[in-house]
Design a protein around this ligand. Structure first.
Ligand SMILES: Cc1cc2nc3c(=O)[nH]c(=O)nc-3n(C[C@H](O)[C@H](O)[C@H](O)COP(=O)(O)OP(=O)(O)OC[C@H]3O[C@@H](n4cnc5c(N)ncnc54)[C@H](O)[C@@H]3O)c2cc1C
Length: 303
């Protein structure tokens, strides 16, 4: 409880201190850092998805800067031969201030990625963005069905209906590519399941729907119960290895990651990098309040 309270006041902690604990979740501030980390994963047979940190942007100049950074990331990683996809948050491109401008920027980025045979995954943000991000995905999917993927959150009560809706645009030759995760934002009880057991139950229900209906399933979790349940469903529906992958975050549960890799499943690590690491880090630290005690110790206990 104390850890949770402290976690909510994390944003007022000194930035340098937060960085000490955040660096485990972030490849670094520069593209070179991200490429180095990605190359190491690739050498271990693990793929990556690169994410430029930043979100909820309202400044048009900054939005242009992010677009340039994404295009540079795509060009340089492909030039370096990194096996990667790219994840992006539409609010970084002004989704909540100018939807058309945001769609147009992301369209340009997906268009470049499609020429290189890779893909952009649209991360799912809080529930003010859900419908907008699904609309964005569907409009891009019409033009670039193989180069764009979406994320759905098992904690949202609407998710199974969203999957059923998406089934209409999925087909055997080009299945819709969905990353399924629990969801990280704080949402009201009216629209989201709150208990861990309920979220897990719906995660399994959503995943079963995806596998039974031949979606490409990117299973994003570090929860060993869900990973075991996924193995069971993959066997039940005889899903081939090219229709499923597991995804985990950089810096989280490396042993579990290797146990999945040893079973010969495709594993992809989400590798965030960039100067705007603060919001991402505080969300990760809130998820893992045990680390907050370490922060307090670092503040008050001199070694
Ligand atoms: C690849 C990937 C992409 C994601 N994309 C999105 C997205 O687009 N939108 C969105 O809302 N959410 C996203 N998430 C976050 C996700 O929704 C969950 O908040 C997060 O993954 C924690 O849930 P869990 O399934 O790992 O289960 P949990 O029950 O939270 O965790 C299971 C175990 O994993 C370990 N663990 C989990 N998190 C941490 C941590 N931060 N530090 C240390 N140990 C930890 C702990 O041992 C914990 O007991 C993504 C997650 C992954 C893995």
């Amino acid at each position: 409880m104390l850890n949770r309270i402290i976690a909510t006041i994390l944003p007022v902690f000194p930035k340098k201190l937060i960085w000490l604990f955040s660096k485990r979740y972030i490849a670094g501030e520069s593209l070179d850092d991200a490429l180095r980390v990605s190359r190491d994963f690739n050498l271990q047979g693990i793929e990556v998805t690169l994410d430029v940190l930043g979100e909820f942007q309202t400044n048009k100049e900054k939005i242009e800067y992010y677009k340039t950074t994404y295009l540079e990331t795509i060009n340089e990683s492909i030039k370096a031969g990194i096996r990667t996809t790219f994840s992006l948050k539409p609010t970084m491109f002004g989704l909540l201030i100018d939807k058309d401008l945001c769609f147009s920027h992301i369209h340009d980025i997906v268009s470049i990625v499609s020429k290189n045979g890779s893909m952009i995954r649209i991360d799912m943000e809080d529930s003010t963005c859900t419908s907008l991000e699904l609309d964005l995905f569907k409009s891009l999917h019409k033009e670039f069905p193989e180069n764009v993927g979406i994320v759905l959150q098992a904690y949202l009560k609407r998710t199974l209906d969203d999957l059923k809706d998406m089934k209409r645009i999925s087909n055997d030759s080009i299945p819709v590519n969905v990353r399924l995760c629990k969801g990280i934002y704080i949402e009201p009880e009216s629209i989201a399941y709150k208990k861990r057991s309920e979220i897990n139950e719906h995660f399994i229900e959503d995943l079963e729907y995806m596998l039974a209906n031949r979606f490409y399933a990117a299973i994003a979790t570090h929860d060993h119960l869900l990973i075991d349940a996924s193995y069971h469903l993959i066997d039940k529906y005889r899903v081939s290895n090219d229709m499923v992958e597991f995804q985990m975050l950089y810096g989280v549960t490396p042993e579990l990651r290797y146990s999945v890799v040893k079973k010969d499943y495709r594993m992809r690590i989400y590798v965030p990098f960039g100067k705007d690491w603060f919001n991402y880090s505080t969300r990760r630290l809130k998820e893992n309040p045990k680390m907050v005690s370490d922060i307090i110790k670092a503040l008050f206990v001199r070694k």
